[in-house]
Every structure is written in C-alpha cells, then in structure tokens.
Ligand binder design. Structure first.
Ligand code: AR6
Length: 176
C-alpha cells in the first residue's frame, strides 16, 4: 500500500475516488463539501438528492458515492464525520468508521486510488491531532486486506494538519 501526504486542494487531485466530508442530508455546505459541489457541478447534487430520496441521506460514519462531474476524479465518496461534542459521544469510533467505510466502498467500486481530506477537523471541530492519529491508524489497518485499492493520499488543506501528518509519520518511521 502506498500512502502519501500532500498539502493541497482535493478537488484538483486526479485519483479514482476522492472523499468528501459531507453532512447527513448530503445537501452540500461549506469547506471541502462546498468546493466539491461547486467545482464538480450540479450532477453531484442531483445524485445526492437521489440517494436522499432512496435512503434519507447518509448516517454519521457511513459512506455513499456519486459520480464526480467536472472533477478530475472518477467518483466522490461522501462520508459524514462526527461533530465533536467533547469526546464522550463516540466521536473517535465514528471518525474511524468514516475512513473504513470509505475505503471499503472504494474497493467495491474497483478504485485503485483514494484521497481523503481531514474529515471533521473543520466546521465539525474534531481536535486535529487526535483526528490525524485515528486517520493513520485506521487506514493502516483497513488497507491490509484489500485487492483493488493500492494508493491512499491524505490531502491536507491547512498547514496545521499537514504538519501533524508529517509529525505522525516521522514518529512511526522511528518506531519501526
Ligand atoms: N481540499 C481539501 N481539504 C479541504 C478543502 C479542499 N478544497 N477545503 C477545506 N478543506 P470541513 P467537517 C479541509 O469544514 O469539519 C460542511 O459544511 C479543511 O481545512 O470541510 O467534516 C459540510 O456540509 C478541514 O481540515 O468539514 C458539513 O456540514 C477539512 O477539510 C460540515 O462542513 C474538513 O473541514 C462538515 O465539517
């Protein structure tokens, strides 16, 4: 498994599947969700509304997919991160579920490459350092048994997240 960390805008990344940090209603919003809907175009909202009509949206920790419209990716996997409420509302498990369920869905779609934003660390207020640990640990574990997905990229939009990922990876390398 090739795992890379880059600093940048996920809407510009040409991989098979990019992950969106969406909301339960799949209605679009601000942050990375807003950028994906804006740049990907109306096909994404249209397919999100079909999912909403079919199954009422997407539960926290789960994942659904749409096509990617004008984005360079083939699919958008929409997952819903937990809103940070202090840590006693199962937020850590739910954030881990977002990564696992997105990877499993990418595998089902026969995607080879998948890119993640730093789910829940914007408007949803999840502490960034804790979120990085969960993302890396969960992705490491979930990718051990895959056939299709061979490349995972963490796309950090802000410098703080980028530094935290670099730090985590250098700590892990030292431990090995
Ligand atoms: N590419 C990659 N990462 C980005 C981009 C981008 N273009 N833009 C922002 N980020 P957020 P959440 C980073 O708030 O916390 C929406 O309104 C950003 O720096 O987008 O999961 C939804 O509709 C941050 O680190 O998502 C939901 O209502 C990370 O993406 C709600 O926000 C996540 O920040 C979800 O909140």
């Amino acid at each position: 498994m090739k795992i890379t960390v880059v600093k940048g805008d996920i809407t510009k990344i040409a991989v098979d599947a990019i992950v969106n940090a969406a909301n339960n209603a799949l209605m679009g919003g601000g942050g990375v969700d807003g950028a994906i809907h804006r740049i990907g175009g109306s096909i994404i909202s249209k397919e999100c509304s079909e999912i909403r009509n079919r199954q009422g949206g997407c539960k926290t920790g789960e994942a659904v997919y749409t096509s990617a419209g004008n984005l360079p990716a083939k699919y958008v996997i929409h997952t819903v991160g937990p809103i940070w409420q202090g840590g006693s509302a199962n937020e850590e498990q739910l954030l881990g579920n977002c990564y696992v369920n997105s990877i499993l869905l990418a595998e089902k779609l026969n995607a080879k490459s998948i890119s993640f934003p730093n789910i829940s660390t914007g408007v949803y207020g999840f502490p960034k350092e804790k979120a990085v640990e969960i993302a890396i640990k969960t992705v490491d574990k979930a990718t051990k048994t895959l056939n299709s997905v061979t490349e995972v990229t963490f796309v950090c939009f802000d410098e703080e997240n980028y530094q935290l990922y670099q730090k985590q990876y250098s700590c892990q390398t030292k431990k090995r």
